[in-house]
Each structure stands twice: as C-alpha cells, then as structure tokens.
Design a protein around this ligand. Structure first.
Ligand SMILES: C[C@@H](O)[C@H](NC(=O)OP(=O)(O)OC[C@H]1O[C@@H](n2cnc3c(N)ncnc32)[C@H](O)[C@@H]1O)C(=O)O
Ligand SMILES: Nc1ncnc2c1ncn2[C@@H]1O[C@H](COP(=O)(O)OP(=O)(O)OP(=O)(O)O)[C@@H](O)[C@H]1O
Ligand SMILES: [Fe+2]
Length: 563
C-alpha cells in the first residue's frame, strides 16, 4: 500500500497500443497511443497482435520518458510507483503481449503490478472525471454494450447486448458498404444528410439486440424489400435506400435503444447520474440523446472527453492508481490475462462501501399520486381503484419512431394485459385504451412494487406467472421488480408494453433473464431469489426454457468480432 502518486498504464486489448502516466497529485494524464489500422476488413487478431508487439515498447518508452522528465524525486527512484495493465476483456493474442510487457516492467522497476478490467476502466474514468458518486454507466464500445451499476461490492450488469457490441454492429454495416474500418465516424458523417426510414427496434427490458436491425440495414442498402423497410427511389450505389438515409436511421434506432435502456436503468436503480464510456461514446448524436433524456428526468449526465472514451491507457492508469492505493495488486503468478473478463467479476475494492443511495427514491411512497416510470407518467387513484397511464413523447427520439413505439406499445399493453388475465395471471383489469393518445386506464392493483417487498415467495409467484404466460405463447418483455405489484396474498404483473406473441424458447429464456438481471440490480442478496424464480417456473413451465436460460447466461459476449 502506498500514497501512489504516479502510475503507468498499458492498454492493448484490440486496436489501441497505448501507454499512459497518471499523476494523482496533479490529476494529470499523459497518453501515448499508436492505433492499428487494418488494410482491409475488420480487426484481424493476428495482425493486431503483431501491431502490439511492435508498438507497445514504443509507447511505453515515451510514457516513461515523460514520467522521468516530470519527476523531481531522487534520481534512482523508479519513474512510476506501479504498473497497471488491461487484463481483459479483449483479443487473447493482444492481451498476452501486453501482459508480458507489464510483468517485465513491474519486475524491472520493482514496483507493484495492477490488473485492470478494461470495461470497468471505461466506467471509472467517467466517474472520475465527472466526480459522480454512484452513477449508472452506459458502456458503448466496439466489442461491448452494457449498463452497469454498483451494488454491494460489484458492478452489476443491468442490461447488455444479446449479440454483438454496438461499434462492431456499425462496423459490420460499413464493411458491407465497402467503407474502411472503423465505420462509426463514417456513419456519423453520412447521417448528417440522411432522412428517416423505418428499421427494426429491439429492446427487452434493459437488454437489446442489434442483429435484426443490422440485417435490415444491409437489405435496405442493397435494395431488398424485407418487411417494413421503405425502399424509396434510389440513388444509392447499393441500389436501395440512399446510404445516408440508412446511416441516419441506424443511428436514430440504435442510439434510441441505448438511450431508452439507460433511462430504464436510472428509473430502476433510482440513480440520478449517468456516465458514458467506450469508443462509440464519441458520437455526437448518442451524446445528444443521452443528455436530453437525462435533462428531462432531472438527472446529471457526463461524457468524458474523446481521448478517454476510445480505448486508451489513461483510463487504465487512473483506475490502476485507485486499485494500487488500496493494495489491490497482483502477484506475478496470478496475473494471467482473461479474454472474457466480465465487469461483474471484479471485486470493487477502491470504492467506499455503498451509501446505498441507489434505492427507492424513484419508487413512489403510497401517498404519492403521480409516478414517472421510464416510459410513462402514471396517475394513481387508489381510493377510486384506478390508474391512468400515458406514454409521453420522448424528444430525444425521432418523432416518427417515437410515435410508432408509443402507439404499438400502448396497443400491445392493452391486449396482453387482458390476455394474461384470461390465462390466470393476475393483472389489472383494463378500463380504457386510446392508442393515438398513448393512454391507458387500468384497475389499481397491489399495495407496493415488488422492488420494495422482495421475498422468495413473491418471486416464486413471478416465476410461476411467467411460465403460465410462456405456455400461452406470450412474453412479458420487461419483467422487472418495478413491474410487479404485490399484496400479502397476490402478485400481479403490470406493464406489458414490451410484450409480444412468440413460440421461441429463446424469447422465453430472455424474459427470465431480464427478470434475473433486475433482481441482481435491486436485491442485496439476489441468489436465493434467483433460485426461487426458477422453482416457481419449474412448477408451471417447461424445463427446456430453464436449460436455454443457462445457455443465455453462459454466452460470452466479449469476443471482439472476427473479420
Ligand atoms: C475490449 C476492447 O478491446 C474493446 N475496444 C473497443 O471496442 O474500442 P473502442 O475504442 O472502445 O471503440 C471502438 C468502436 O467505436 C466506434 N466509433 C468510433 N468513433 C465513432 C463515432 N463517431 N460514432 C460511432 N461509433 C464510433 C468504432 O467504429 C469502433 O467500433 C471494447 O471496449 O469493447
Ligand atoms: N395498475 C396499477 N396499479 C397500481 N400501481 C400501478 C399500476 N400501474 C402502474 N403502477 C405504478 O406505477 C409505476 C409505473 O408504471 P409502469 O411500469 O406501467 O410505467 P412505465 O413508465 O412503463 O415504467 P417502466 O418503464 O419504468 O417500467 C409502477 O411501478 C407501479 O408502481
Ligand atoms: Fe474499449
């Protein structure tokens, strides 16, 4: 343990060979980066590793030179007090080169070695530069896309992509169009002249997926007439919708999805701070949407400067310093890299124990009559036994998309709430619906949200109810602890707006996964509750769905895209 003042950071998970020196006294961060640029296609793991091999010694040399120049301590002191490196996630061959370099340096300089999780570093640099206490974090990078919030000593994954990272999804589209890597900035530039065309929009609670929208985008560009893509008269080299329009609409939908799930995470955790991390965070439209959403909720938003958003060793050095300060260092023999290193595997040693500020200030006390959910404003009249719900326009979304979503969800919510009751799942009786105005009127049910009354018995009820729904071919779409109302005797499901009809086992498993993640995000000790959901599900449902759920959970999503 030490009063660290200077830490060397080394980053090289995929494309950025980067070294940095963080001075914790002055808060100054020096970064030297050498980027790998593929000749064609996407990132080739072997070429990237060769790049690391050549470039890491160079950037480290420059960072150490900077450290020596700005060092006024005794000449024989090491230029830095610790060496921190990205342990994962990332490409194995790249990580191993960085790991070897970091170990060798720590040994030569005789200073501690710190192993940093790259995704947690993307988050912490935002928390550090914003000086936020307990934010929700949206990591929007090449190989990843997820929402993180701190609870009980870990960063919990509240929601994430079900397929590729957001940057990789965009880069795949640009490769299809024939543009060079990386595609994100090119899509951003092309979008400036674009107009909106309909593309798929897929969120499941706080999870989301990009595969549908990406194939639809490629098809639109090529001139295929898949589903609802309106292929207009074409001056596109692809023969379909003009590429500017596809780029514009891709951004509107993909970033709209990320903004929506971020808002849902703020609503669920009760946090009023959001930070952005990752290379896609350099996109001005994404930042604009997030800022607008936060502004309208009265939440604070922070995006670090671009040099801290894209992969960089500065964020590794800054988090490395915090870890070193509390003695969270590695013995050489324990310092192996991990290509699938998940952020929720990291014991968060450097933060004050939770003030537990992320609690229920957003959930209404019984007396309050107006609740703002993530989507809607809900007026509660318990005495009259009714509630009125109105999905408000989201100004961050394209008006055409916004109108479509509000109308569709209102209609679905009305229909599925009633269908579910007929199947024997307790839900509020529908009194009235007006899809054009996005208004619904329901019976008032329950005494409290499940979030504030969590018990194994109630959670088992939810498991049973979900199983019943799935047997009837319905998914809820957003089963969270705020979308369940409870009394001593009954457990009601509400808010079916993201629901739909399907016979895909995968979708049923996802429904359970969404509920699981909300337990992990809201309960201090989620394990017994997670077991209880499964017990309840087993009583009324199909074991095959639970098996699929295990697959869903095991899927490693931290694989940088192969070319
Ligand atoms: C594990 C690690 O290796 C990986 N790194 C990574 O993905 O690099 P990062 O620098 O965070 O993000 C790169 C991505 O960021 C996208 N990007 C860069 N500028 C962009 C822009 N203006 N708009 C949209 N995307 C942009 C690129 O297209 C590319 O897909 C990660 O953090 O997931
Ligand atoms: N029928 C009802 N009876 C009692 N309370 C209700 C009812 N419907 C909604 N509420 C209360 O209002 C809150 C918000 O409602 P709802 O989840 O439908 O809105 P939302 O904006 O879709 O929320 P989110 O997207 O954040 O889940 C619920 O968490 C619940 O506390
Ligand atoms: Fe990254």
């Amino acid at each position: 343990m030490s009063d660290t003042s200077r830490v060397l950071g080394i980053e090289g998970t995929a494309w950025a060979a980067s070294a940095a020196v963080y001075d914790s006294d002055s808060d100054d961060v020096f970064i030297e980066t050498d980027a790998y640029q593929p000749d064609s296609g996407g990132i080739h793991p072997r070429e990237a590793a060769e790049h690391m091999h050549d470039a890491i010694p160079r950037v480290v040399g420059r960072a150490l030179e900077h450290a020596r120049k700005s060092d006024d301590g005794p000449a024989d002191d090491p230029p830095v007090d610790a060496v921190a490196f990205s342990r994962g996630p990332g490409l194995g061959p790249c990580l191993r080169i960085v790991g070897t370099a970091a170990r060798a340096l720590a040994q030569t300089l005789d200073v501690p070695l710190v192993g940093v999780n790259h995704m947690v570093a993307h988050l912490e640099i935002g928390r550090h530069t914003a000086d936020f206490d307990d934010p929700v974090c949206l990591n929007a990078s090449g190989a990843n896309a997820h929402l993180l919030a701190y609870r009980n000593g870990r960063y919990r994954v509240l929601g994430e992509t079900m397929d590729t990272g957001v940057g990789n999804a965009i880069d795949k589209f640009t490769r299809h169009v024939g543009w060079s890597h990386p595609g994100g900035p090119k899509v951003e530039a092309a979008a400036e002249d674009g107009e909106y065309v309909d593309l798929p929009y897929v969120v499941k609670g706080m999870d989301f997926s990009f595969s549908g929208i990406m194939s639809a985008a490629k098809q639109a560009y090529d001139g295929g007439s898949e589903n609802d893509v309106s292929a207009g008269p074409s001056d596109s080299p692809g023969g379909g919708v003009p590429v500017e329009d596809v780029c514009y609409s891709l951004q509107e939908n993909v970033f709209g999805m990320l903004t929506e799930v971020s808002e849902r995470a703020l609503s669920l955790t009760g946090s009023d701070e959001l930070v952005l991390g990752g290379g896609v965070g350099q996109n001005a439209r994404l930042r604009e949407m997030l800022a607008e959403m936060c502004d309208q909720r009265g939440a604070a938003f922070h995006a670090p400067e671009p040099r801290f958003l894209r992969d960089n060793a500065g964020m590794i050095a800054v988090l490395g310093a915090k870890m070193d300060e509390v003695g969270d260092t590695l013995a050489l023999e324990d310092s192996r890299v991990d290509p699938n290193f998940r952020p929720d595997q990291v014991p968060v040693t450097w933060r004050e124990p939770a003030s537990d500020s992320a609690s229920s200030d957003d959930g209404q006390p019984a007396s309050e009559t107006r609740v703002r959910g993530a989507e809607a404003v809900v007026d509660l009249e318990p005495e009259a036994g009714q509630v009125r719900k109105r999905r408000r326009a989201k100004s961050y979304r394209h008006p055409q998309l916004d109108e479509r979503l509000r109308r569709e969800r209102t209609t679905l919510e009305a229909r599925l709430t009633s269908l579910a009751r007929r199947e024997g799942v307790p839900t509020p009786v529908l009194a009235d619906v007006d899809p054009l105005e996005a208004r619904l009127e329901f019976e008032y049910v329950g005494d409290a949200d499940l979030r504030d009354t969590l018990s194994e018995e109630r959670v088992r009820d939810v498991g049973r109810h979900l199983a019943t729904l799935h047997r009837a071919g319905i998914v809820h779409g957003d089963p969270t602890t705020r979308n369940v109302r409870t009394t001593d005797e009954r457990t009601y499901l509400i808010d079916f707006g993201l629901g739909y009809h399907t016979d895909h086992v995968e979708d049923y498993a996802m429904d359970l996964h969404v509920f699981d993640q909300s337990l992990v995000g809201t309960a201090d000790d989620p394990e017994p509750l997670r077991d209880a959901v499964r017990e309840g599900y087993r009583e009324a449902g199909d074991e095959g769905v639970l098996e699929r759920l295990r697959d869903v959970e095991e899927r490693g999503r931290y694989v940088v895209d192969e070319p």
